[in-house]
Design a protein around this ligand. Structure first.
Ligand SMILES: [Zn+2]
Length: 123
């Protein structure tokens, strides 16, 4: 019997089974997020914490040199207290990602982190 491997390293069956369960869980979670985004029509209901300067800078179509409108927002992706809206330009139909908060990179994981979430947690 050949030894089992996980990402090029030797692994036992328990470790491989745990990794399969993690991947299945992530796939299920991603599917449920997509369902929520599609079912939450219209996506701009409710209240948000926004950084007006960040929002104002991004609500602009660079191709048309025209402002974007939340009336043409198609989807919202929530990241804790901040959001990313997918807003389509009404003239050229380009799709823009509009973030409600600045973000920085976590030095340990290199993942993007929204400033508003850090400030809410730290105070
Ligand atoms: Zn445009």
């Amino acid at each position: 019997m050949s030894p089992l491997r996980l990402k090029g390293r030797f692994a036992n069956a328990k470790q491989i089974n745990r990794k399969k369960n993690q991947l299945a869980s992530i796939a299920r979670r991603n599917l449920s997020k997509e369902d929520e985004a599609v079912s939450s029509e219209p996506c701009i209901d409710g209240r948000r914490i926004v950084e007006p300067a960040v929002l104002a800078e991004q609500m602009w179509c660079n191709a048309c040199q025209l402002p974007l409108s939340f009336r043409t927002a198609e989807k919202e992706i929530r990241h804790g207290l901040s959001s990313t809206f997918k807003v389509r330009c009404h003239k050229c139909t380009l799709l823009y990602s509009v973030k409600t908060s600045k973000e920085h990179t976590n030095p340990n994981t290199f993942n993007p982190v929204q400033d508003v979430n850090c400030k809410a947690a730290v105070g």
